[in-house]
Design a protein around this ligand. Structure first.
Ligand SMILES: [Zn+2]
Length: 428
């Protein structure tokens, strides 16, 4: 059934790709953005006081399907994404089995089309079974719809394999999205190798575990011309290397998670295993460097690394519990509170970290409110005070340190191809 044409009225529209930040009307017809004046007798929806942004894109989500649906599945993850303000997610391929063939890319996309609340883009694995040895068939996965490649959770430890990965990816103009961790340095660490690890008598991971791979990847990007994106940066040194590489004009970008922006390794004593993630939370100097990297444009994307695990799995204790926390439903309120309301970033800059940066990486017509494009919109109430209630999150898992955190600004809902998902208010 075709939806009635709609005009969203009275809201502040913030669309960095198109250089818009003003109160204006937004038309939607047949699931696409349309010029409001071109629509005949549309339904008018009064959204005064709210902000409309292009649908936010989360470049780093673990759907856990196939194979780990006790943690999360495509339905629950995409409902969490919609509740968190994201209309597109890039799914990581470290499922069971790994997404390392065109058939598996297609299977996730079909399941997402059937059961997903938002758009799901499936990244293909770099290597078969993510074992770091044999390259997967990139051309076939690209033809099936994979817009990027990654072995996230790990990276090929053999640099000659990574060189071959980047040569093959560059030939297809596919970006390589990398989890920068030298496991010979990181294992058996479970947190940052610093004072807190010493205090808690836990094995640590040195910054060099991340920085050696960042250095390698930048060198290989220079040699191969491959588009490289560095995932979940955590150290001051990694930010500086990315800054230098971008100044050199290399095709390299980077993302940061909200937890690396807002927490340090000291959180381990407060939040227990919900402060265990890979890469680990670092020290205040690293956190400040990540913030500086966001501020000066070195880091162009905020991504959640939404990593669901059950309470029983996380209860295994510091040494045994899996790495990761959920993030889809906390990221936008945390960033509005900690980056926008503090005056650190303008609203347009904050929106661009969820739209323009990911859009540039993926090279897809998402993340902008352009006439004719799919009508994906994130609707924000900038000033609403509230507390995060993890028990009410749509995600199947609740491994999250932010329960009870006071936030200012929240997601009202999203339009995905013109279809509203969110608060039953405003006549929507
Ligand atoms: Zn990762």
């Amino acid at each position: 059934m075709m939806q009635q044409d709609m005009v969203l009225c009275g809201a502040r529209v913030v669309d960095p790709v198109n250089g818009v930040d003003e109160i204006r009307e937004v038309g939607i017809s047949d699931g696409r953005f349309a010029a409001p004046e071109s629509l005949k007798s549309p339904r008018r929806v009064d959204l005064r006081g709210l902000v409309l942004a292009p649908g936010f894109i989360d470049l780093h989500v673990h759907l856990r399907e196939p194979g780990q649906t006790h943690k999360e599945d495509i339905g629950s993850a995409t409902r969490a994404a919609a509740a968190g303000g994201f209309t597109t997610v890039l799914a990581m391929p470290n499922t069971a089995p790994a997404i390392d063939t065109a058939e598996r890319v297609q299977a996730v996309q079909q399941a997402a089309a059937d059961r997903g609340a938002v758009h799901v883009l499936q990244a293909g694995a770099l290597t078969l079974e993510r074992a770091g040895k044999e390259l997967a068939d990139y051309a076939a996965m690209q033809a099936a719809g994979a817009p990027a490649l990654t072995d996230d959770g790990s990276t090929p430890q053999d640099s000659e394999v990574m060189r071959a990965v980047m040569q093959a990816a560059a030939a297809l103009r596919l970006p390589v999205v990398d989890h920068c961790e030298d496991s010979s340095l990181s294992k058996p660490g479970v947190m940052h190798a610093g004072a807190t690890a010493a205090l808690m008598q836990l094995p640590g991971q040195p910054r060099a575990a991340e920085e050696t791979i960042v250095t390698r990847d930048i060198a290989l990007a220079r040699e191969t011309g491959c588009r490289v994106h560095l995932q979940h940066l955590s150290t001051a040194g990694a930010v500086q290397e990315l800054r230098t590489a971008r100044r050199e004009g290399l095709p390299v970008s980077g993302e940061v998670t909200p937890h690396h922006l807002f927490l340090t390794d000291a959180a381990a004593e407060v939040y227990g295993v919900n402060a265990k993630m890979a890469p680990p939370l670092r020290e205040e100097g690293d956190r400040q460097a990540l913030l500086a990297g966001v501020l000066d444009g070195t880091i162009t994307c905020i991504a959640t690394d939404h990593a669901p695990h059950t309470a029983a799995e996380k209860a295994a204790g510091w040494l045994e519990a899996p790495f990761g926390i959920i993030g889809l439903e906390a990221a936008v309120p945390l960033c509005l509170t900690g980056l926008y309301h503090t005056g650190f970033l303008s609203l347009s800059r904050l929106v661009s970290l969820f739209t323009q940066g990911p859009r540039e990486l993926l090279g897809l017509p998402v993340g902008a409110m352009t006439i004719g494009a799919a009508a994906d919109v994130t609707v924000l109430d900038l000033d609403a005070p509230h507390r995060l209630k993890v028990a009410e999150f749509a995600s199947r898992s609740h491994n999250c340190p932010y329960d009870g955190w006071a936030c200012r600004g929240k997601v009202v809902g999203v339009f995905v191809q013109g279809k509203w998902t969110g608060a039953a208010a405003y006549g929507l």
